[in-house]
Design a protein around this ligand. Structure first.
Ligand SMILES: [Zn+2]
Length: 308
């Protein structure tokens, strides 16, 4: 009797353990790699009127800077330098601007001496003729993704070290990334790749373009082997050899490319609200956006296992 009872208990304990572990495993696998509501909240906040279009050197840009630094701190992102800020100034059209790049660091577990710079730009067009250019897709979407990357790394530390770069003054001529590349805190020969995100939250055709594989066969292989998802079609193109508009120099990845550093740029085709006051949160496509960020994280995960 005693033996039988013990056997029964043992059997049910084992059964419970197996079922529970299986359940926990399935739950973990079905979970998104980041909080999707937080992603949408971040893009909505950064593209709200209170940020006044985030033009370089304005109150709105300063507010965006504070917001991004707060998120980095909350998510345990270390400052790359003594603090998160890399300040710079420049002249364009005879106007002097002061800009600030925001640079965070996640230390790599296996290969900490080699770096992947993940980037997006937080500046936009500001206020023109009394209208706020909120720049939801351009490029609050990239900054939202950058913050989701930080959240992802909390539970999934990368093998290579990662610089999370929120660049300033992209709209004024890629000035922030140019300054970063000329004054890099990490020496350039340690940077394995720049992964840049600029406009990733909407597409009528569900197409997310990937630029940069033309210059690197390993990257080409990674991207061409990727499975497509329901909401997002990842398309190689716009890299100067397919007759489409050449995007090799269209955003901050150009500053890395000019230094001979491999890059991948993710972005969508220009849309009707591009650089208009209507590039608002209400006009993004949440499902496309969430899937884009998941896909880009999956690409990162694959590349992080390689040496390029
Ligand atoms: Zn942009």
């Amino acid at each position: 009797m005693l033996y039988k009872c013990n056997f029964c208990t043992l059997f049910f304990v084992l059964l419970y353990t197996v079922c529970f572990s299986q359940n926990a495993l399935e739950q973990r696998e079905s979970m998104a790699p980041f909080n999707e509501d937080a992603l949408l909240n971040n893009i909505r906040t950064l593209s709200s009127d209170t940020f006044e279009g985030r033009r370089t050197g304005t109150k709105g840009a300063d507010k965006a800077k504070g917001y991004i630094i707060d998120q980095f701190q909350l998510l345990n992102v270390l400052p790359l330098n003594t603090n998160y800020e890399q300040r710079f100034s420049f002249f364009t059209k005879r106007i002097n601007y002061n800009g600030t790049n925001i640079l965070g660091l996640i230390k790599g577990t296996d290969n900490p001496e080699r770096y992947i710079v993940i980037s997006a730009h937080y500046d936009h067009e500001g206020i023109k003729n009394g209208e706020i250019y909120n720049g939801a897709d351009d490029d609050a979407s990239g900054i939202g993704a950058l913050i989701s990357f930080a959240e992802y790394f909390k539970n999934n530390p990368p093998k290579h070290s990662v610089v999370l770069a929120a660049f300033d003054a992209e709209e004024l001529g890629l000035e922030g990334s140019k300054y970063y590349a000329n004054n890099s805190i990490v020496s350039l020969n340690k940077i394995m790749l720049n992964l840049n995100m600029d406009m990733i939250s909407r597409s009528e055709t569900k197409e997310l373009f990937v630029v940069g594989t033309r210059f690197n066969p390993t990257l080409k292989q990674v991207i061409t082997n990727f499975d497509q998802t329901e909401h997002v079609k990842m398309v190689v193109g716009h890299d100067g050899e397919d007759g489409l508009e050449n995007w090799v120099y269209s955003s901050d990845h150009a500053s890395f490319h000019k230094k001979g550093i491999p890059f991948l740029y993710f972005g969508v085709d220009d849309h009707e609200d591009y650089h208009t006051p209507n590039d608002d949160y209400e006009n993004i496509q949440p499902e496309f956006y969430k899937e884009s960020v998941k896909l880009i994280i999956a690409v990162f995960k694959k590349i992080d296992t390689l040496n390029i």
